[in-house]
Design a protein around this ligand. Structure first.
Ligand SMILES: Nc1ncnc2c1ncn2[C@@H]1O[C@H](COP(=O)(O)OP(=O)(O)OP(=O)(O)O)[C@@H](O)[C@H]1O
Ligand SMILES: [Mg+2]
Length: 367
């Protein structure tokens, strides 16, 4: 099984610990994305898997083999970097063939591999060109070709698309996904772009300050973030956060804030939290817009409405902070002209403890 297993992985640079003991099991053929803000330890973790950084503590196995002390070239992994790292004096074919020549494969085998990879990546017309005469997207494809041609057990990607413009990035993102479907190679992909993470990953690993905050499928992390960090990191526009206190409201608990009483789901952890200060996580997509005729609406101050065709973004404020609503336009343009607040179903609100930032237990949203 070409899985990758990290157990208690630690990295220290000159006495300063930057990765604090990471546990992660990547399954064979899985596409796992490490995502998190700048400096959280994504590249360091990936480079330890590649063998480009020494592992300070913990155990790394690839395909059930303990590889902490195995040289990078003997780990059977291939890494694709942000800056492509192509050889400028070699043409595309020779760049792709480089690793195979080092392995002393036969001329015929190399030629057929290069041709096959050229076909897969649409590089056949450019095999004679040098990197300087290629576009950014083409260079990135060559870098991927160089990784693919070695038929490694694991692909490692460190922000491979961040030097490309937005349009090309979207296009290459889809190509990487297709390539993974076709080749089925276990992949670990680092990015700080949460949209890339959501669209590419079988599972996402959210990192923060050298630790893992949460691991899960994109939808599970979107619907059931374990804490406010994950909640605010994934989703665009980000989740709205409202400060509130839980009160008892008869059959179901309610959240009180600024004179509002918003019903919450009738689950034990919320029913037993009367008096607790909480943060209500409200996704821009999960609210229903309301005009002044809706009596139990939460009032917001609307600042600006951006109409994007079939949907609109309502930029408003609540508790002195931005509050964004994403809504359909079809059939409700008149309502949007008169919007003065919103309502939300109890089960669509995510409740976090105000002190710890952790989601109160027992709240589970399914797709
Ligand atoms: N060679 C080094 N010596 C000392 N500290 C380092 C070294 N390399 C990385 N660090 C530190 O380790 C931490 C993690 O860095 P890392 O490059 O893994 O972050 P990252 O998540 O990849 O960030 P980015 O999104 O900016 O690429 C940072 O605080 C960084 O300053
Ligand atoms: Mg990095």
């Amino acid at each position: 099984m070409a899985g990758v297993s990290l157990q208690g992985i630690v990295k220290t640079y000159g006495g300063l610990q930057v990765v604090h003991g990471i546990d992660l099991e990547v399954q064979e053929k899985e596409f796992v994305v490490l995502v998190g803000p700048s400096g959280c330890g994504k590249s360091t973790t990936l480079r330890m898997i590649a063998g480009l950084e020494e592992i300070t503590d913990g155990d790394l196995t690839i395909d059930d083999r303990h590889v902490n002390r195995v040289a990078p070239k003997d780990r059977d992994v291939a890494m694709v970097f942000q800056n492509y790292a192509l050889y400028p004096h070699l043409n595309v074919a020779d760049n792709i063939a480089f690793g195979l020549r080092i392995r002393k494969e036969s001329k015929e085998a190399i030629a057929s591999s290069v041709q096959e990879v050229g076909d897969i990546l649409g590089l056949t017309p450019y095999l004679e060109r040098r990197p300087a005469d290629l576009s950014g997207g083409q260079r990135q494809r060559v870098a991927m070709g160089r990784a693919i041609v070695r038929r490694p057990k694991v692909f490692l990607f460190d922000e491979p698309l961040s030097n490309l413009d937005a349009k090309l990035r979207t296009q290459m993102r889809a190509e990487i996904k297709r390539l993974h479907k076709r080749l089925g190679v276990t992949s670990i992909y680092v990015t700080h772009d949460q949209i890339e993470a959501m669209t590419l990953a079988d599972r996402i690993v959210v990192m923060h300050d050298g630790r893992i905050e949460q691991i899960g499928t994109p939808m599970d992390l979107f619907l059931n973030p374990v804490n406010t960090f994950v909640a605010e990191f994934l989703g665009a526009p980000p989740m709205n956060m409202i400060k509130a206190t839980i009160a008892s409201g008869g059959s179901s608990p309610v959240a009180e804030f600024d004179g509002n009483k918003v019903p919450l789901a009738p689950i034990p952890s919320l029913q037993n939290a009367v008096g607790r200060d909480v943060i209500l996580g409200v996704r821009p997509e999960f609210v229903t817009v309301a005009d002044h005729t809706v009596p139990d609406r939460v009032a917001v101050d609307v600042d600006l409405i951006e109409t994007l065709g079939s949907e609109a973004l309502v930029h408003a404020s609540l508790q002195g902070a931005p509050f964004v609503i994403r809504t359909e336009t079809v059939g409700q343009m008149r309502l949007l002209d008169n919007i003065s607040g919103f309502t939300i179903e109890p089960h669509l609100i995510r409740v976090f403890d105000a002190q710890t930032g952790m989601a109160l237990p027992g709240q589970v949203m399914v797709q």
